[in-house]
Ligand binder design. Sequence first.
Ligand code: MN
Length: 484
Amino acid sequence: MSYTIQGRTGDWELVVGLEVHAQVISKAKLFSGAATAFGADPNSQVSYVDAAFPGMLPVVNRFCVEQAVRTGLGLAAHINPVSRFDRKNYFYADLPQGYQISQFDHPIVGTGTIEIELADGSTRQIGVTRLHLEQDAGKSIHDQHPTKSLIDLNRAGVALMEIVSEPDIRSPEEAGAYLRKLRSILRYLGTCDGNMEEGSMRADVNVSVRKHGEPYRTRCEVKNVNSVRFVMQAIEAEAMRQVEIWESGGTVEQETRLFDPGRGETRSMRSKEDAHDYRYFPDPDLPPLVLDEAWIETLRANLPELPDAKKARFMREYGLSPYDAGVLVAEQATAQFYETVARGRDAKIAANWVTGDFFAALNRTGRSIEDPPVTATALGQLLDLMADGTINGRIAKDVFEAMVDTGKAPAAIVEEKGLRQVTDTGAIEAAVDAILAANAGKVAEYRGGKDKLFGFFVGQTMKAMAGKGNPALINETLKRKLAG
Ligand code: MN
C-alpha cells in the first residue's frame, strides 16, 4: 500500500532523499594524529593541523580510507580507484581553516543500494548515489556564558562519511527503515557506531511533494536531524507544509530548514546555497587518492557476513520467519547470542525465547546484549531442561525469572525450588481424581456437551500440582477419566 498525502486538491506523493553524516570509527582524525574519543575535555584533542596553524599540512589517515572503502563494499557500491579531496569554502567560527576538506565531483565511493524491509513484509531497494569522506567541523557552544560563545575544536577534523541516497524514499516509514538498515550495516562493519544521541550519525532530509506522474518539484533540506523518530516526524511536518503552500497558490522556495521536535514543525534556517557558492576546488595540499585494486579485493574478501546475508541464512538454516530473522540480525551481538542458544537445539523455540522472554528481560533490567542478565549458555541450558522433560514450559518461565534475579544456573534453581516436572502417573491420577470429585457439577456439564470446560479442569489440576505436572499426561488422564 503506497503512502499518499491527502490535500484539498487530491493526493500528493512524497519524495525523500537522505544525506547521512556518519562518523568514522578511528582513533585518529582524517588528516591529523589527534584523538577522537567522545566526551574529552574541550580543546584537549586538537593538533596544529586541526587548529589550522599556518604552514600545517594534512596527511590522509589510511585507516579512515579503509573504513570508507569497507563501507562502500558493504553497500554493494562501486569503489572509485581514483578520488580527490576538494576544499569547500565557507566561514564559520568553529571552522578555523575557512574551508572544509571534502570530496566534490570525484568521491571515493559511487552508486550502491540498501534493501529496506517494511512492516507489511515487503522489501524495496533504495539507491545510494555516493559516499564521500570529509572533515567534521568544531562545535560552537552558546549556553555556557552570558555574552560569549565558546568554541570546542575536539571534533574539528574528525573523519565523516557522507552517504547520499537517491530520492527513492516515498514514506516516513521507508525513511526510518533506511536509517535503521544503514545503521545496522555500519555497525556490522565496525565503521561507525551509529550512535545518534552522541551525534555520530546525523541525517539531512531532502523533502519535496508532487502529484503522481509529475517531475520532481522544489525540495527543502531539513538539516541535522538526530534520531530516526525525529526524521520521520520532520518528513511528515515538512511535506504537509509544502502541500499547504502549493494548494494555496504559493511556491515552495529551496531552502535549508530546521526541525523543532517540541513544536513538531520545521522552520527556515537560510536560503539554500548552491554548490558554486562554496567555490569548490581541488585541495592543493593533497594528491589524488589512488587505491590499489588488490587491496580493495582483500578488504572485500574480509567483510563480515552482513545483515541481509545473515537474515537469509537464518531463514534457510533455522527455518525462521522473515520477521523473526530480521529482528535477530538487526544487531550482530543479538544474532550471535541467538546462534549460541539455537545451536543443536530447536531453532524456533530458541527464537521465541530470545525475542520474547529474553528481550523483555533486557528491557526490564535496562541491560544490553553485550552485558545480558542471562547468558546465551544459561538460556540454552534452560531449553535443554525443557527438551528432556525435567521441567515443563510453564515452570520454565519462572525459572527464567529466577535466573534474571539471581544469576544462578537453571538446574540449580530447579533443584533448590523443587520444580522438577511431575511425570509420575499415579500422582497425576490422584490430582485429577481430586479435581473431578470436587467439581462434580462441572463434570456433568462437560459430559452434557460443554467441551470448553476442559481447559478449566486442566488449569485446576495444574494449579493443584503447583504448576509442575506434565501437561501432556494431565490432558491424557483428564480425557480418559472425563470420557468414563
Ligand atoms: Mn557534508
